[in-house]
Design a protein around this ligand. Sequence first.
Ligand SMILES: Nc1ncnc2c1ncn2[C@@H]1O[C@H](COP(=O)(O)OP(=O)(O)OP(=O)(O)O)[C@@H](O)[C@H]1O
Length: 310
Amino acid sequence: MYSLEVKNLTKTFGKITAVDNANFEVPEGSIFGLIGRNGAGKTTTIRMMMGIYLPDNGEVVLKGAKIGPEFKSRVGYLPEERGLYKKMKVIDTLYYFAEIKGKRKNEVHKKVDEYLKRFELYDRRLSKVEDLSKGNQQKVQFIATILHDPDFIILDEPFSGLDPVNTNLLKDIILEMKQKGKVIIFSTHLMDFAEKLCDHIAMIDHGKIILKGSLKEIKQKYSQKNVSLTYNGDVSFLNHHPIIDKVENFGNTTGIRLKEANQTQELLKLLLDNNVIVKKFDANDISLQEIFIELAGKDEDNFKKEVANV
Ligand SMILES: Nc1ncnc2c1ncn2[C@@H]1O[C@H](COP(=O)(O)OP(=O)(O)OP(=O)(O)O)[C@@H](O)[C@H]1O
């Protein structure tokens, strides 16, 4: 069952079509990633979902009914432009945001302390927001987003500006919220996060949805001719080998696309024969990053052909 559906959403700004007839479905109890490059249309889509922008066309549907004001009280929204009152103390900021969502101080007091401690902000609770680093301000805003225990959590680029420790903490909290049955929707251009967290994704490019669905199924579909390799040695000989379609270096791993799905054993033998030390050989594995580059890294002509097939 879908909890939230985006139907034919379109938004133009003058001559720019920021979102072009976008359709996707967010299943109940899922972590959903809206992924795309800079300027792809993620924020505009989210703003339409939140009722901040009126769409030129289309609608957002919640459990079969057009979204209304009641949705606002059930949602926690972290906007891309982080907007906190700079002169306000951290603790007052959190109580203020909770109050806007109808929660009294004594209802959220315990939770506020708990989150401040988890995010290592408890000692800064009496500091003014403006005295915190950007990353810490973002953590405060994230806490403010979830304090009222919303059913839907919509996060626009939540990981940008966070260090690895806080990124992990945020990931843990997102997973905890999923366990509680919440729907989490977040936008990102960082495929790693989407890959680790999401059950479902929609990939947006040039305002169009070019890929959507269960991440597992998408990866299965795209992985049949793929090998993800970790190695020591030199694999440059693969570049012009007749069984190889493409070799892409992703830093820690190398993605190899074969011309045919049944050539994985031949590839393994080839690597060993050429004295490559194989540390990890994942046949039929493909990263979301590879799929993303394949689809969103296309030139304009290929892009139009691909979109025509979604
Ligand atoms: N208020 C606006 N006025 C004019 N153009 C806009 C406005 N908002 C967005 N755009 C344009 O719409 C397109 C999509 O922008 P959007 O911010 O939705 O992309 P995004 O995927 O969120 O990008 P990023 O990851 O860089 O934040 C871009 O070309 C952007 O310049």
